[in-house]
Design a binder for this molecule. Structure first.
Ligand code: ATP
Length: 509
């Protein structure tokens, strides 16, 4: 797994998907830049999300609100007082950790012991192996499971009660050591607010404190009435937004999974009070169907319903994805009640209510939110698609089997050789198609090497212009995944590409 993850990170850099930020100055921790192929893939993920929500639902509209917001926004939303993570320092290594994560990682280690036992037993029992029977009767596994349950419930209790002393006690009781210094020399646990603050205005006197938004959702809440009135929306309706968010994460590891500057794709769906459970279930299913349409493998997704709910929620679930470092949160679906709008009413003194003409009364709508990290989705696609495939002649190829609707380039136009007029025909084809699709022209090196280059960046189709083209206006079209080639007429290239990458074919699946 670790090896696979390293390969994903180095592939991302080598092929222009993701670079460390300001690398010539040794980078900035947990900040990354998207390169020439990365930005295309990222834009395609955004489009796929936007089309499925805004374009395909007449009761969902978009928004692009500013990153800076009035500071009271964050008091009202609860972020000033409660957007904290518990941190702990190791006095020897001087490294900082999230106390809850140290404990969770301890549990993951126990989990991997369970998996090892299972793998051993599978080998031993062969075809007769029954997973349920084994995990429910093997004493060692039962013991491990009980330990995890006990730790998890102590952790949940401590977090819920903001009980920092118990958190530290749990770390000491479990004898958790710092992975760097190897010691148990821990400081007390402290709360750390994750918002970045800055100042607006040029003079000390007139300047005031601002925050970089830690989520895009609040921009939607404060614009709820602007959008509802100007677009004459009727409940139920949604507002979708894609934009940057900033969090001063204590530990920022795992590449673009946990960044300090990242992008969210959020949709707030406003509903009549009392109907939120029904909409919550609908959105859980809708969002999972969206993921399934990309074909990254059903087995790589699972729901994780929250038992411990945030103070504003009456139901919450994560869609977890099987990243190279295990199942982790990719998207959250939250039933947020009327908490946010009511809080903004209270702090602003302005009414944020909807007049329901059927009921002939006003109310503060309830909200069901879907919130996905764009960078995490990017990592899910990239890590799932990267494969090294053995070939017949004892060699192998690296291929990115990205859903072709998301591929940076939809096709590569390749003259077999530069001479005999083949380049001219290829350039002509390229120029005619480039307004329709994002395609690439390449005439450098032998055609086999060019195929490999396109495989490595996930281009689904390679169109090769050869000597037969001169005779009958046909070209070969090569499929990235099967490597099969067939001859088609130049006139049907556009239709072939459309068949492969058309949004309608993908979203309709
Ligand atoms: P986590 O528990 O992993 O910190 P969260 O529950 O705080 O995540 P939310 O506040 O629900 O996350 O944010 C919604 C989505 O935004 C997450 O599902 C995730 O995909 C994304 N996200 C949150 N924090 C980060 C981050 N630091 N870097 C990249 N994406 C993030």
């Amino acid at each position: 797994m670790e090896d696979k993850f390293k390969k994903v990170v180095s592939h991302a850099k080598e092929y222009g998907f993701i670079f460390p930020s300001s690398e010539i100055y040794d980078g900035l921790s947990a900040v990354y830049d998207y390169g020439q192929n990365g930005v295309e893939l990222k834009n395609n993920i955004k489009n796929y999300w936007w089309a499925s929500l805004v374009q395909m639902n007449d009761n969902i509209v978009g928004l692009d609100s500013a990153i800076f917001m009035h500071p009271t926004t964050w008091k009202a939303s609860g972020h000033v007082d409660a957007f904290n993570d518990p941190l702990i320092d190791n006095k020897d290594s001087k490294k900082r950790y999230r106390a809850d994560v140290l404990i969770e990682e301890y549990c993951q280690k126990i989990e991997s012991k369970i998996n090892k036992e299972i793998a051993k037993a599978k080998k031993r029992f062969g075809d007769d192996f029954d997973l349920d029977q084994f995990t429910n009767t093997n004493e060692r596994i039962i013991g491990y499971k009980e330990k995890i349950e006990s730790i998890t419930s102590q952790l949940a209790k401590a977090l819920e009660g903001d009980d920092l002393k118990s958190l530290k006690k749990l770390i000491l009781d479990l004898e958790i050591v710092d992975p760097i210094s190897g010691t148990k020399n821990w400081t007390d646990v402290k709360q750390f607010n994750l918002m970045f603050s800055t100042k607006i205005g040029s003079t000390a006197k007139s300047s005031s404190d601002l925050y970089l938004r830690p989520e895009t959702a609040q921009g939607i809440f404060v614009n709820f009435l602007n959008v509802q009135k100007s677009a004459r929306m009727k409940i139920p309706f949604g507002i979708a937004q894609i934009g940057k968010a900033f969090r001063n994460e204590i530990i920022a590891r795992q590449f673009v999974f946990r960044m300090r500057e990242f992008e969210q794709m959020e949709m707030q769906f406003f509903v009549k009070p009392g109907t939120q459970k029904e909409w919550y279930e609908k959105w859980k299913q809708n969002r999972m169907a969206w993921h399934m349409s990309l074909g990254l493998g059903e087995e790589n997704y699972r729901f994780h319903d929250h038992i411990k709910l945030a103070h504003y929620a009456d139901a919450a679930s994560d869609i977890e994805f099987n990243f190279p470092f295990g199942f982790k949160e990719l998207e959250g679906i939250h039933s947020r009640t009327d908490y946010d709008l009511s809080q903004h009413e209270k702090h602003s003194g302005k009414k944020l209510q909807y007049f329901d003409t059927e009921l002939n009364e006003s109310y503060v709508p309830y909200v069901v939110e879907t919130s996905i990290g764009l960078d995490r989705m990017f990592l899910a696609v990239l890590s799932n698609s990267l494969v090294e495939e053995p070939l017949e002649n004892n060699s192998s190829r690296i291929v990115l089997k990205i859903p072709s609707v998301l591929s940076p380039y939809k096709a590569a136009i390749l003259p077999l050789v530069k001479k005999d007029g083949l380049s001219e025909i290829a350039k002509d084809i390229y120029n005619k198609l480039k307004a329709e699709f994002n395609i690439i022209y390449d005439e450098k090196d032998a055609v086999g090497r060019r195929y490999r280059r396109q495989d490595a960046i996930g281009t689904p189709l390679c169109i090769t212009i050869d000597h037969q083209t001169l005779d009958d206006n046909s070209v070969t079209i090569r499929n990235r995944d099967t490597m099969e080639q067939k001859r088609i007429a130049i006139a049907s290239i556009s239709d072939e590409i459309t068949k492969e990458v058309n949004l309608k074919n993908w979203l309709g699946r």
